[in-house]
Each structure stands twice: as structure tokens, then as C-alpha cells.
Write a protein that binds this ligand. Structure first.
Ligand SMILES: [Zn+2]
Length: 124
């Protein structure tokens, strides 16, 4: 099995996995121009939601390695604002904005990383 990461100009960041004579590809971000924060060239790499999620993963992993534990109930609650923001926008109830996408993405990433690391290290 082989796994490749690449940042294609047209496709964006993607992962390609070759296993058992099959090739699977995963596009990691749509990079819609209106949903990207134009800062330090990040708009060429990922959208504001993905930026928030990855910052959250980094924050959650950092918090975990510093032996600070977010209670599991709080970790799960931190996931919901992004789900509510994303689904309410997806179903046309409202339109989100890039600041909200980053904030809810950071909450999601931090909560998800804390939950996942706690589950891996301590079990649930
Ligand atoms: Zn994205």
C-alpha cells in the first residue's frame, strides 16, 4: 500500500492511496474562492473551514500532549457548532461567513482531536 499527498493547482490538496491494484483519491478541500481567507497565500491551499479544522487539530493535539484534558462531554459539544453552521448553510437556512467558519472549525478540530486522542490513549 502506498499513500501520496499532493497539492495540485486545479484539484487542491489531495491524498492518493494505491492498494490491492486499486487507486483511491480524496480531495481534502474544495477551496471555493468566496470561502477562503486571503491571507499569506492560504487561499491557494485550503478554505477557511478547513483552516480552522486543521488549526483545531493542532491545538487539540498540543493541549493533549501538555497533559491537559478536555472532558469528553465538552469535546463532543465542541463538535456541534460546526455541524450546525455547515448543515444550516447547506440546507439553505442561512449563509455563514469566513470568520464563523474558522471559529467553528477550530472548535470542531480541537474537540475532535481531544476526543480521538482520549479514546486512543485511555479507551472509552
Ligand atoms: Zn476546505
Amino acid at each position: 500500500m502506498k499513500c501520496f499527498f499532493r497539492n495540485d493547482e486545479d484539484l487542491g490538496p489531495s491524498i492518493t492511496i494505491k492498494a490491492f491494484n486499486y487507486t483511491f483519491g480524496f480531495c481534502l478541500c474544495h477551496r471555493r474562492e468566496d470561502r477562503c481567507v486571503k491571507f499569506l497565500g492560504l487561499e491557494h491551499i485550503m478554505c477557511s473551514r478547513c483552516l480552522g479544522i486543521w488549526l483545531g487539530y493542532l491545538l487539540g493535539a498540543s493541549i493533549f500532549t501538555m497533559n491537559f484534558r478536555i472532558p469528553i462531554q465538552i469535546s463532543i459539544l465542541m463538535i456541534f457548532p460546526m455541524l450546525i453552521d455547515g448543515f444550516s448553510q447547506n440546507f439553505g437556512f442561512r449563509e455563514s461567513n469566513n470568520i464563523l467558519r474558522i471559529i467553528t472549525g477550530i472548535l470542531f478540530g480541537t474537540g475532535f482531536a481531544s476526543f480521538l486522542l482520549a479514546a486512543i490513549v485511555h479507551g472509552i
